[in-house]
Design a protein around this ligand. Sequence first.
Ligand SMILES: Cc1cc2nc3c(=O)[nH]c(=O)nc-3n(C[C@H](O)[C@H](O)[C@H](O)COP(=O)(O)O)c2cc1C
Length: 367
Amino acid sequence: MAADLSITVNGMVFENPFVLGSGPPGTNGRVIAKSFDLGWGGMVCKTISLDPSKVINTAPRYGKLRSREKEEVIGFENIELISDRPFDQWLDELRYLKKSYPGKILIASIMEEYRKDAWQEITRRVQETGVDGFELNLSCPHGLPERKMGMAMGEDPSIVEEVTRWVKEVSTIPVWAKMTPNVGHIEVPALAALKAGADGISAINTILSVIGIDLKTLRPQPTVEGYSVPGGYSGQAVRPIALRHVMEIARAKPGVTISGMGGIETGSDAVQFMLVGASTVQICTGAMLRGYEIIDELKADLEKFMTDHGFARMTDFIGKSLPFFTTHADLVARQKAAKVARAGGPGRDNETWNGAITKETAELTTN
Ligand SMILES: Cc1cc2nc3c(=O)[nH]c(=O)nc-3n(C[C@H](O)[C@H](O)[C@H](O)COP(=O)(O)O)c2cc1C
């Protein structure tokens, strides 16, 4: 039996769990339509706000970290703001997209200033277009925090709770709150959003970073007229950090709806997020670097994983790796017990340990 890649989340039926994350891949209606034609299950549009005239981007606004040998882009930094396109134009495009692609899931990413009337106005006006859900951008780490928006809200659990509650008061569709990883314990703001009624959590937004310094000019990058600001780090390099954050949220609230992201470029990357509790995954940088066409590969990878393991539905394996996270003290106790068991009883610990030495460790110890 073929693996079923569809999944229903908060009542939204995704034909597959692959969603383009908010950013350049969802910058206007035309490219969103293209992604739907190519087979993406859903899309979170670039974050929109009521008054885009306050949004002024710089050029350049991207920086890349390349691997030493292959020149492959392993990390990506941006200082891009939210959408600078007119709000009314967005409303027209969202309306058109929902009419033309009724079977695709279209989620509107929204952000506003710290005012109840603004958040409720944007919620009301955007939901009239027929979008399937909202994602609250409480997490952009650069530019917007200077206006007390984005991460300035997301790092304060009481503001996360308040803003989520404002939106939930008027929203008739599911609401996901998007978390910043630039906090010590991401589960704290995530739980605050859930307390206020959020239907799900999206994680992670980008990690505050300085991508590099130009050794000729001595200026930080990306350099705008000689100067820079810390930006948001994404792409493959952030995946282990993103996985950890998703795992922490899933363990803090078992069964919670999570849309996981951060460095996903292949189906195998995506599956790992599902194993720690994500029911959908989002891809932003991966699509920028590898193209929208990766959707075919993502679906094929996921299908192969499910077939290899005999999983018929995604719900058969979402969160399946979570029970294997424990405390360090427990690891030590388990290791001790296993050594004793392998040695056939106490007293032969050293012999068992030597047998387990890897080639690399052996080389290090003899050098
Ligand atoms: C150039 C760029 C622009 C982005 N713009 C937004 C945005 O407008 N709203 C938002 O919520 N996230 C935005 N993000 C963050 C992504 O949606 C995503 O959370 C993050 O990049 C991690 O996923 P990735 O490694 O797949 O890119 C942006 C990311 C990039 C690289």
